[in-house]
Design a protein around this ligand. Sequence first.
Ligand code: XMP
Ligand code: MG
Length: 175
Amino acid sequence: MQVVVSRDQIAKRVEELGSAITRDYKGKELVIVGILRGACIFLADLIRAIDLPVTLDFMEVASYQGVKSSGSIRILKDITTEVEGKDLLIVEDIVDTGLTLAFVIEYLGGRQPRSMKVCALALKSGTPMPTPSPIHYLGFRVPDGFLVGYGLDLDQKYRNLRDLCILCEEKELKR
Ligand code: XMP
Ligand code: MG
């Protein structure tokens, strides 16, 4: 396991993202929806870097089994906040194919928020992103492969590592 983004780099970037969000939403109230479970640690740090009135809710979706995406996405937990007419910020841990994010955007968009943006901790390098990108605030571009730590897991383990680490490279996943 190798460190890809250190705890110090994460802390610095989280402050920058929090400042940008605070600036962009000045005078507004934000509903933040974290995507469980991976985004929990990032979300906890990020909201404390945002100097605005915020409310929190969570959605849990599942697509991955082990180190591979299953391709089909299921809602395991829905939000209970009424978001119609509100400014919504989705907080996601890591974007790989973009399928999970596209699903969540489509689903929450159907609840008619006034605005909806996405803040993601990491985006895998090989992921082709449509323009305009669905990610408005991005922490880091990371290598393709399987990442753990800072909330990210392999079969529910390693979420408590302080650094973002790579478990195996893309070529090993394909074997
Ligand atoms: P897609 O392919 O839908 O994948 O963009 C995004 C979702 O899958 C999880 N994911 C990961 N989780 N290490 C993880 O712990 C990874 O390297 C990884 N890649 C994708 C993630 O939860 C995200 O919601
Ligand atoms: Mg996961």
